[in-house]
Design a protein around this ligand. Structure first.
Ligand code: RIB
Ligand code: CA
Length: 313
């Protein structure tokens, strides 16, 4: 079977790093056309640095990495060093990257790729604020029907917010961009906190990463040990939530997840609930369904897949 063509749009971020590693470990199933970086967890110069560090760690320096937008469409950038550390990839000590960044802007790469590849063959995998994706849709509306699927990490409903009482970080940073994406008409699959907060790196799971004994296994153990502090303190979680790897795992093994095809709308005006994903989980409105919003995960199966694949790098 031909590998699925994907573009990962990302703001690494330790969890983004694990999502990218899982994709790079799965070339039979996923053809990674490129990685586009966006400002989010940390500013753009750091997200492009971190993406290159991760690809070199995986032994894939030929991966094409692009710099995208350095600020949200309208709002001032909000970052998350309090979660990911000042570099955005705190935890392991990894060498500065030597592989190049592509000269083309990430938004142009997304547009060009969607126009060049056969319609309906490219999946977009946003793992951070949706600024690059929305910018591409605004600049080239013709690409919307050409997108096979957008599988994104973002939003929350039953789990409510992690950056405000109402909003999840990726949506909150650029709610205008999220609104554009959720209204784009492209097939949309959403991995919200409702799911990712059930993908927790317990000590046993972290030990399994470290027991791989490889540079990747040890680095992932160190990354998750670093960024679990925030969730342990805030939620009393038994470990770090692997938000973004849920996107990659869905591409590899969709039956790990269950959800509903419902309407999901984004709050873009109220300061109180800005960035909230209003998911019509109980279908109490006549708003048309526009997203498959995931509600549950087979966590044991997820970690078995992740650990097995990381062992391949
Ligand atoms: O709220 C979690 C999301 O925000 C994840 O994608 C994490 O990497 C940060 O970008
Ligand atoms: Ca992210």
């Amino acid at each position: 079977m031909n590998a699925r063509k994907i573009i990962i749009d990302t703001d690494p971020g330790q969890d983004d790093a694990v999502a990218i590693l899982l994709a790079l470990a799965s070339p039979q199933e996923l053809e990674l056309l490129g990685i586009t970086c966006v400002a989010g967890n940390v500013p753009l110069p750091l997200t492009t640095r971190n993406a290159r560090i991760i690809c070199e760690l995986a032994g894939k320096p030929e991966t094409r990495i692009f710099a995208g937008c350095d600020a949200p469409l309208e709002r001032k950038l909000v970052t998350a060093e309090h979660v990911h550390g000042k570099t955005g990839l705190d935890g392991p000590v990894l060498p500065e990257p030597t592989m190049p960044l592509q000269a083309q802007h990430g938004v142009e790469f997304i547009i060009e790729t969607l126009r060049a590849e056969p319609s309906g063959t490219v999946t977009l995998c946003p793992l951070g604020p949706l600024t690059n994706i929305a910018s591409a849709l605004q600049k080239a509306p013709d690409i919307a029907p050409r997108i096979a699927e957008i599988v994104l990490m973002g939003g929350a409903y039953f789990e409510v917010g992690n950056i405000t009482p109402a909003a999840e970080f990726n949506i909150y940073v650029d709610p205008q961009a999220a609104d554009i994406v959720f209204k784009s008409g492209a097939p949309l699959t959403v991995m919200p906190l409702d799911v990712t907060h059930k993908a927790l790196v317990t000590q046993e799971r972290n030990d399994a990463f470290r027991a791989l004994g490889t540079p990747v296994g040890v680095a992932v153990a160190e990354m998750t040990e670093f960024f679990e502090r925030y969730d342990r303190e805030k939620y009393g979680s038994p470990g770090a939530p692997l938000h973004d790897p849920c996107v990659t795992a869905y591409l590899l093994q969709p039956d790990l997840f269950t959800g509903r095809h419902i309407n999901v709308a984004v709050e873009t005006h109220s300061e109180l609930t800005l960035g909230m994903t209003v998911a019509d989980w109980w279908r109490v409105t006549d708003r048309a369904p526009n997203a498959t919003f995931m509600g549950d995960i087979n966590a044991e199966g997820f970690f078995a897949l992740l650990t097995e694949r990381l062992a391949r790098l």
